[in-house]
Design a protein around this ligand. Structure first.
Ligand code: GLU
Length: 385
């Protein structure tokens, strides 16, 4: 290995070592013992110890795990072969219990608690549900809990599914502004041609832009378990890159796969050109038609200019009809639009709590809501005009 390649490798490895928030996705082919159709416990124990090590270092981790359908099929003695959607869903419902129980036990050995979160595309794409899912995950991570995510297969239909957990994992990484998504499967990266057919195929270690050529190369590789191939991994990487999150395709077939990546083993890195926060703010700024408007006082304007959140006490007027999670514009009393943000309350609620101190919100509304009307991570200042 020449010096520049090894420098590049350690620079890549540092992304994982330094990431404060990591989403790890594991495919069914790694999780399931092909002979028995049961959980591959030895492998999972090794992964669990790696996740525990990351968490002990203070890194926040979310696990996206497939495997429910494959485990459920074996548990319910379903014959191999094609199954109807409702049979998949029945298998997923049964298998998810085995999966969750397995993680609880394996992480419990490291005194780490787990929480199961089942998502549908609506939860990451509809802004109201998105804000709820995001804050649930934030709260779990704040409590030192490992969220274990899968698609909520029981309630999705063929047309409204993520379809594969690569995409789901990328949406989760985007939603929580993760720094890094690790896609572990039975492939160690993206090659410049199909390595199963071409022995001279070269691994691509770094991708900064997903070009049509790369997509053509990715083709449609498929494994016996799970639904993702290289094409879905590329789609996931694309979502991550535009969210400012690095994505990594690496083999999970060896024990301690994350340590292997940090030590510089073969893998493909997809590198974003911006940070997660910058990408998120760009996304909010791009919401062109705000559903409502908040007029704020001078104190609130100063707080926003200093990078603070918008509190109810600084809001004088609430205009328009909006729901929690909608985009609203923030203006000064003399009509200058200064910010866009995703609001944590509906317009009816905002009318009640405008001008009110945060600690009185519960008393006014009769329930406890968020402390901020618009959290600073959900707020973007507009260029001065
Ligand atoms: N949600 C599916 C399961 O748990 C997996 C989908 C996938 O592997 O991409 O079985």
């Amino acid at each position: 290995m020449n010096a520049s390649v090894s420098d590049q490798t350690s620079e890549h490895a540092r992304r994982l070592t330094k990431a404060s928030r990591i989403v790890v996705k594991i495919g069914s082919s790694l999780l399931i013992n092909k002979a028995t159709g049961e959980l591959n416990r030895a492998w999972l124990e090794s992964l669990a110890s790696e996740l525990a090590e990351l968490m002990a270092k203070g890194q926040e981790v979310i696990l996206v795990s497939s495997g429910a359908i494959a485990l459920g099929r074996a548990y319910l003695n379903m014959q191999p072969g094609q199954h109807r959607l409702d049979e998949h869903q029945a298998a997923a419902a049964a298998g998810q219990v085995i999966l969750a129980h397995g993680y609880q036990e394996l992480m419990g050995a490291h005194t780490i608690k787990v929480a199961q979160v089942l998502l549908t595309p609506d939860d990451t794409e509809d802004r109201r549900r998105y804000l709820n899912a995001r804050s649930t995950l934030e709260t779990l991570m704040g409590l030192g809990v490992l969220p274990v995510i899968n698609e909520n297969d029981t309630v999705t239909t063929q047309e409204i599914r993520y379809g594969d957990n690569d995409r789901l994992a990328a949406r989760v990484a985007e939603m929580v502004s993760a720094d890094c998504l690790v896609l572990l499967s039975d492939v160690d990266g993206l090659y410049d041609s199909d390595p199963t057919e071409d022995s001279s195929a070269q691994l691509i270690s770094e991708v900064k832009e997903i070009t049509p050529e790369l997509e053509a190369v990715a083709g449609k590789s498929q494994t016996a378990y799970g639904s993702g191939g290289m094409a879905t991994k590329l789609a996931a990487a694309r979502i991550c890159m535009s969210a400012g999150c690095a994505a990594l395709i690496a083999s999970g077939q060896e024990a301690r796969p994350l340590a292997a990546v940090m030590a510089g083993s073969n893998c493909t890195w997809f590198l974003p050109s911006k940070t997660p926060l910058a990408a998120r703010k760009q996304w909010i700024a791009g919401m062109l038609i705000p559903a409502g408007q908040l007029v704020i006082d001078e104190g609130a304007e100063k707080a926003l200019q200093k990078g603070g959140s918008l509190l109810s006490v600084g809001v004088q007027v609430v205009q328009g009809k909006f729901e929690r999670g909608d985009a609203v514009s923030v203006t000064t009393a003399d009509g200058r639009a200064i910010a866009h943000g995703l609001i944590a309350y509906s317009s009816d609620e905002a009318q009640i709590i405008k001008g009110v101190q945060s600690q009185e919100i519960e008393q006014r509304l009769g329930y406890q809501g968020r402390e901020e009307l618009i959290h600073r991570d959900n707020l973007v200042l507009l260029e001065c005009q």
